[in-house]
Design a binder for this molecule. Sequence first.
Ligand SMILES: Nc1ncnc2c1ncn2[C@@H]1O[C@H](COP(=O)(O)OP(=O)(O)OP(=O)(O)O)[C@@H](O)[C@H]1O
Ligand SMILES: [Zn+2]
Ligand SMILES: [Zn+2]
Length: 829
Amino acid sequence: MENKKYIAEVIVNNSVNKLDKLFDYIIPPQFINIIKEGTRVLVPFGKGNRQFEAYVFGVNIKLDEDTSKLKEVIRPIDEEPILTINQIHMIKWMKGKYLCKYIEAIQCLIPAGVVNKEKRFIYVNREKLNNHKYEMTEIQKDIINYVEEKGKINVESLYKRFSYNEVYRVIKQLENEGIIIIENKVDSRIDIIKEKYVRLVISKDLYKEALDSIKGAKRQQELMEFLKEKVEVKISELVNSHGFGRTIINGLLSRNIVEVIEKESKRDPLLNLELKPFPKLEPNDEQRVIIEEITEAINNNRVETYLIHGVTGSGKTEIYLQLIENTLNEGKQGIVLVPEISLTPQTVERFRGRFKEGIALFHSGLSDGERYDEWRRVASGEANIVIGARSAIFAPFNNLGLIIIDEEHEHTYKSDLSPKYHVKEIAEYRSKHEQSVLVLGSATPSIESYFEGVESIVKVRELKNRARNAKPPNIEVIDMRRELECGNKSILSRRLHSEIEKNLEAKKQTILFLNRRGYSTFVSCRSCGHVVKCKQCDISLTFHMTSKELQCHYCGDKYTAPRECPECSSKNIKYFGVGTQKLEMLIQSYFPKAVISRMDLDATSKKGAHNEILESFKSGEIDIMIGTQMITKGLDFPNVTLVGIITADTMLNMPDFRAPEKVFQQVLQVSGRAGRGFDEGKVILQTYNPEHYSIMLAAKQDYISFFEKEVELRKAFNYPPFSKLINITFTGENEKETYLAISKITDNIKYILKSKGYTNELDDIVFGPNEGMIYRVKNKYRFYVLLKSNKENYTLLKAIIKYLLIDSRQKFVSDNIITSIDMNPLFIV
Ligand SMILES: Nc1ncnc2c1ncn2[C@@H]1O[C@H](COP(=O)(O)OP(=O)(O)OP(=O)(O)O)[C@@H](O)[C@H]1O
Ligand SMILES: [Zn+2]
Ligand SMILES: [Zn+2]
């Protein structure tokens, strides 16, 4: 056939709004069999035909159609497609679900190291230079000399050498005259690391002779003997760990006794962690039943979600380990998600101790290079287990059998960048499309997840007992209002004080927990515990320092700050909190002999500091550990018998409908650190709101009652899981312009809703626009509008947002305003 053309539909790797769609390119005949769905290609783009990297999403054949306006693909970048067809489907699905850009979704699936960057190279055209007619300026001469000297160089390096403005102007002009030529090349940003190794090249029979020939050089002889035992050794290792300097190595090199070879090496982030074996445990009855049931589902490729609700210390990790083992035995691969790798060193240790190898780690602390290497280990099949935070859910496995989300209630599973996905949603998608089992685990499942259990969408399995027969800790609530009445103004109740004392005498360890989030933004009464809330939203009001007013963070209603408590008329109506540092000083002054350590963001900002503190806590050097949220997760220290929660109220009064849930979770999680060994654990929980259902039920460790109460309230105020929230944020440098822009969008949303017959309900659907809780960040102003939708209008609302903020964005929002859409916000900030 004459006019048959192969057309590639591509996504250009560029985050400009206008480019967020598929573009057609002709595939030149020589590439027809190479360029497929998922191949990365180089394409010319725009008027200047600059080269861009692009991803092929589809290949079509066109017959007798006019393709004269289309450009041609320049060439493929890789030999094999970099995205599978499954992944392309997932990217399209993510775009539809989160209203993000294609390229943003692609960037979730492919690590930064793979995504290429365009580099510009520059060189001099000698002929044109010789023929030019005018006198050059000094700077022109300097630049030309510099470039000629180097041959062909990256333009970036000119910017380092000369001032940007000068270079920019000069090279533009010289380029127009053809004196210099600029070439665009797309290049991988990450270099593959090559390591140099040394090995003996002397055969066995010549060995003795060679050894004798260097009698005078004792160290060279020693190196020979050293290498004799080994195949090859890294130069860096010889130099750094074994004291063989370069001259010694060069000595043997010059005599042709050794040679140096180069091998590609992968950066291994686990390299410097020591490996302690963690042998398989005989599962107890509760564990066994669950392991058997889920293994059966894995073996039969069933699409199934399990929620393991197991009290703290019930041995969930052992279940995960055995499930992963069974998955590998089936020749399949597994993903284990943890809230934060650096905060869950014990979990990682156990997996490494059990499986030794084949584990790849994905987390935010990796350099681009490390991330790229880990990704390639997974893609090439070298690793069959991935452990990691959020991003690990995108691990490029091709035979996925099992996904585990440990501590599934943790908020770190929600991405704060676009696409604002929740790991659980991606995991559900992969489970469904790759026939694999999803396991969620928590001692305190999120209300949404447990609700899915009630609705039989997920299968809930319970672990009611601690694994090593330890008893659950005993939680005692201390009413801080009574302390004040009795004249104790200290941050420690008398009870907590004396328990710490006792614990120190018994040589047991103590954890003191202080929550920093939401610290002193709300107003409460120290005499009666009353907290001022919005009448409409049941949300604690936020105190605004500048206006000295109280404002509801959800609906925007303003209230005047009371001078005395509306409940008990006390003048003690302001809340004063303390930070961890101050707390550490206080505790040290109360217990001068105790060894105290602090674990918070400040104390652990140095690399490795977190692990160091944990190690010395484990070894028993530290008596009292003071910490923030960092110490609530997965720590298993048998010698901790006392946990003190300094105040449950900071969290309780967060302007967030999930505040009671978070308090409940946090109290149970941090309490769960106590009494995991032979001795019983005790928890002292201090609060100004002892009657709050969240505190009372946490003290009883009664998850089910808490769940029921919470669900009742969510239903009454129409919060998730009974509604879906959508949050739209506008950020801009010009306060007024940003506000007007979001107001215009809000009006449009209302207008369209009205035209679709929603008239009376508008006030129950659209809230705002309001100032963001963090109103001014880096001189940019932030406003948001919150939408509350139900099953029947969700699709409509999504379509409206898509129309206003994506498809017709240019019409409604100027380019200097950043818009962000969150389809299921966990926090509204
Ligand atoms: N079958 C078993 N036999 C003996 N010990 C076990 C068994 N299963 C688990 N353990 C031990 O019980 C302790 C608690 O287990 P693990 O840390 O897995 O609890 P968890 O459910 O993850 O708790 P948390 O939710 O508090 O993190 C660990 O020290 C673990 O080694
Ligand atoms: Zn009061
Ligand atoms: Zn309100």
